[in-house]
Design a protein around this ligand. Sequence first.
Ligand SMILES: Cc1cc2nc3c(=O)[nH]c(=O)nc-3n(C[C@H](O)[C@H](O)[C@H](O)COP(=O)(O)OP(=O)(O)OC[C@H]3O[C@@H](n4cnc5c(N)ncnc54)[C@H](O)[C@@H]3O)c2cc1C
Length: 292
Amino acid sequence: MTIWNDYQLVYSLSEAVEAYDQAEKPVRFVSGGTDLLLEIQQGSHPAMNTLIDLNHIDELRELRVMGELIFIGAAVPVSQITNSPLIKEHAMAVAEATGLIGGPQVRNSATLGGNVAHALPAADGMISLVAMNATAISYSHTDYSKKNILDLFKGTGESALEKDEILVGFEFPVKKSGEGSAFDRVMRPQGVALPILNIAVWLRRKGDVIDDIRIAFGPSGPVPTRALKVEEVIRGKKLTDVTISRAKETILESMKFRTSKKRATAEYRYLLAQALLEKVVSKAWNRAGETK
Ligand SMILES: Cc1cc2nc3c(=O)[nH]c(=O)nc-3n(C[C@H](O)[C@H](O)[C@H](O)COP(=O)(O)OP(=O)(O)OC[C@H]3O[C@@H](n4cnc5c(N)ncnc54)[C@H](O)[C@@H]3O)c2cc1C
């Protein structure tokens, strides 16, 4: 089958937008192609006349510290993110999440931009960015704009990005003393794509108290969200069995996991969520105690 007729390489954001405007439609941006090309091949996405490849835009391939912020370009292959000493130092949740996407071949092509733009509520990299409270930088027409990562989604598989809007990258604050993050997930044994459930946690400890915390589970609804009620129960508390047990009760009371035919029942997801919460909060807590 024909997946595309015209495949264009572009070298700057303005060139990408111009190519998009002038392309014979339908047209789509592509980065690693590990979602888009497979979906077209498998018939779950219409074939495109034009694909515009974003991989040669330098800005989208940068991974660096900018003052107090870490910037990860939208087209950096996730294997590079996983192995980056910078990301391991500042955002272990992101290093762990990207390190679990597919297998080595997929990770050498897949990008965080594609993971987020595909808008699936269990996407591993995306969930880690939610816990990091990342800001997404995008480019449309001639302007850059910044949005919180949670403002990029309209529904399952439905991004809030304009069709000609390009994700440039993601930024979040550098890790400060007392902060730590972690990610984990449970897959079906034969699973290679999205998990049954994943979780990312960022927290800050002050003495023996969890001073602040962010928790994201995926999937937990049609669009990604934070587990705000669970966060509330933990924030300001010591990490004790009582705190964890109250947080687990709050998962049962406040989270809306659903049964999905291909992955798991809602009941199983509630069990996993409780076990993963305890494990991943403890991991983030221990990391937050390490000296920088
Ligand atoms: C075998 C296999 C295993 C996988 N396992 C996992 C897994 O464990 N966890 C997981 O989360 N995912 C998994 N995936 C899905 C996929 O690899 C990831 O979602 C990946 O990060 C997508 O990135 P990409 O660059 O390949 O996206 P692409 O396929 O290039 O693009 C996906 C979508 O995003 C849009 N897009 C891409 N880049 C941009 C940009 N910069 N700006 C705007 N729009 C953009 C495209 O137009 C398209 O709509 C797996 C896929 C395969 C094939």
